[in-house]
Design a protein around this ligand. Structure first.
Ligand SMILES: Cc1cc2nc3c(=O)[nH]c(=O)nc-3n(C[C@H](O)[C@H](O)[C@H](O)COP(=O)(O)OP(=O)(O)OC[C@H]3O[C@@H](n4cnc5c(N)ncnc54)[C@H](O)[C@@H]3O)c2cc1C
Length: 512
């Protein structure tokens, strides 16, 4: 049986980026991915097909009470980044220190922002991030500008941004991973069609996801092998329990086992924890790398919500993933504790608005297209705090169960109020009359797109699962490189931090 130097399990923001970083090292790398290539097909941009879950897993998870739910999870080459919005933000400097929140303390990281800064630079270059530095006052220091300038706002978004700025805030362009108009290899892509970007697969490859950037980059090298449709069932150790030696996968109803000197788990925070727990053996009775009892604990998913701001003024924007309002990240005049970040999301399709606007549909002749043509869509994110009771467990059949109680909701409530006041003010000053209305919802337990924190890193093996290099304290050659390592979640989208950390870990592994 071939013995690889490194096996990477999973191809999302963590695994895909790690593979790309390690490929030039010449090491024999095997990538095991449970999913297949996401098909390029008409339905990629069909809002109904996407909303009905065409690309979501059919796997069901259970909540603490045993009730089944469908998790917002995508198992493809590229993982959840195939569907992501490509908003690549750095954590803020304060996120690396201990911070007081309404519901308690967000703990310090064992490394500082300055340790991550060069990796953020590299990740932004790799993923062709388009942005503008110096507008967002909460942005951490960076050695260089963004690799590419921000996309210009469409007229309506420019108007709204100007109106928000007149209120004294700092609307900034959302930094976006876009391989347009020219990617890092100098190739032109003249098919600028990115309206359906956030929450949709991108058949053009213009969205910088971990498949088109990470995995395709890695596969340029002959020493890299990708095996798809291989779900990792178990990581096996030697008799001492100190070394991980192989991975057993399910493939077309059969089990296969692959060996390597080093094994990296990058299955996403929930699946990585589940895989370690399922890999319990005599030497690791509570699960692999789990002498601390912390594998799966401190699960965070963010307090995320959608706010649809309706006003009389039409919003004909096609690409609406434009404005970030960072001003409440550290708090507000009337709020001593952090609230979070507000940003636009992709436009809701008329087909999907019926649920959101409910009874109002059809009143005064206002159909779904009318609402879609007026609404500005926002995604708001407030930090949730790590709690040991919020955890991933697996039952006797290996099924995933999430125990998750929301916390720090006051921050979310206040953040939503701030957005409503801002958009009320925008509408009032536009003088076109009509009422401003708000629709939307807060994501529940199924909304795990920002999952993180189940294998936190740290210096002390009693209080962390991974050491500061993301190697499991308990084993000599087992690493975790995805969003699992976060000790706290901050309130920005997590992918860039997973990518930057994968580059950091990749540099260490390349030198082994
Ligand atoms: C609709 C949507 C929009 C989003 N928008 C943004 C955004 O704009 N900005 C941002 O920063 N983040 C965004 N996110 C979140 C972002 O996608 C994740 O933070 C990121 O992908 C996490 O990377 P990861 O490597 O931890 O896990 P994933 O990307 O989930 O990758 C895990 C990989 O492991 C594979 N896998 C899982 N279990 C196994 C197993 N047992 N065996 C083999 N393979 C396995 C999966 O198939 C997958 O390929 C969004 C997510 C969604 C769903």
């Amino acid at each position: 049986m071939t013995n690889f130097d490194i096996i990477i399990i999973g191809t999302g923001a963590g695994g895909g980026t790690l593979a790309c970083k390690l490929a030039p090292s010449g090491k024999r790398i095997l990538i095991l991915e449970r999913g297949d290539f996401l098909p390029r097909e008409r339905e990629n941009w069909d809002p109904l097909a996407v909303a009905q879950g065409r690309y979501r897993t059919t796997e069901m998870w259970r909540d603490a009470g045993g009730k089944e739910f469908s998790p917002y999870q995508h198992y493809w080459v590229g993982g959840n980044t195939k569907m992501y919005g490509g908003a690549l933000l750095r954590l803020r400097e304060s996120d690396f220190g201990a911070t007081q929140h309404f519901d308690g303390i967000s703990p310090a990281w064992p490394l500082k922002y300055s340790d991550f800064a060069p990796w953020y630079d590299e990740a932004e270059r790799l993923y062709a991030v388009h942005g503008t530095r110096g507008v967002d006052p909460t942005e951490p220091p960076a050695a260089t500008g963004y690799p590419y300038p921000a996309l210009p706002f469409e007229p309506r978004m420019r108007e709204v941004s100007d109106a928000i700025r007149r209120q004294g805030y700092h609307p900034s362009p959302i930094p976006l991973a876009i391989r347009l108009p020219q990617d890092l290899n100098g190739r032109q892509n003249d098919r600028l069609h990115i309206e359906l970007y956030d929450g949709y697969p991108d058949p053009t490859g213009a969205k910088g996801d971990s498949h088109v950037v990470g995995i395709q980059g890695a596969l340029q090298y002959p020493n890299v092998t990708l095996l798809r449709n291989r779900k990792a069932l178990k990581i096996n150790t030697d008799a001492s329990g100190k070394r991980a030696v192989s991975v057993t996968v399910a493939h077309e109803g059969q089990e296969e086992t692959y060996r390597a000197d080093t094994i990296v788990v990058s299955c996403g925070a929930i699946n990585s924890a589940a895989l370690l727990l399922r890999s319990a053996n005599e030497k690791h009775p509570a699960g692999l790398a789990n002498s601390s009892g912390l594998v799966g604990r401190n699960l965070m998913i963010h307090n995320n919500g959608v706010v649809l701001a309706y006003s009389a003024k039409p919003n004909p924007s096609a690409f609406q993933k434009a404005i970030l309002i960072p001003d409440f990240y550290h708090g507000a005049g009337d709020s001593p504790f952090p609230l979070g970040a507000i940003q636009n999301m992709g436009k809701a399709d008329p087909l999907l608005l019926a649920d959101a606007v409910g009874d109002e549909l059809g009143k005064d002749g206002k159909d779904a297209a009318h609402f879609a043509g007026h609404i500005i869509d926002y995604f708001i994110t407030a930090e949730d705090l790590p709690m040991p009771e919020n955890r991933v467990t697996v039952d006797a059949n290996g099924h995933i169960q999430l125990h998750y109680t929301q916390n720090n909701l006051e921050a979310y409530r206040r953040l939503r109020e701030k957005l409503i006041r801002i958009m009320d003010d925008v509408a009032e000053n536009e003088g076109v009359g009509g009422t401003t209305k708000y629709y939307g919802f807060k994501l529940g337990i199924g909304g795990v797109s920002h999952q993180n924190g189940t294998c936190r890193f740290g210096a002390d093996p009693k209080t962390s699962v991974l050491d500061i290099n993301c190697k499991a304290h308990d084993l000599d050659n087992l690493y975790v490189a995805d969003t699992s390592f976060f000790p706290s979640s901050g309130a920005v989208n997590p992918a860039l931090t997973a990518m930057a950390n994968a580059l950091r870990v990749g540099e260490l592994l390349a030198a082994l």
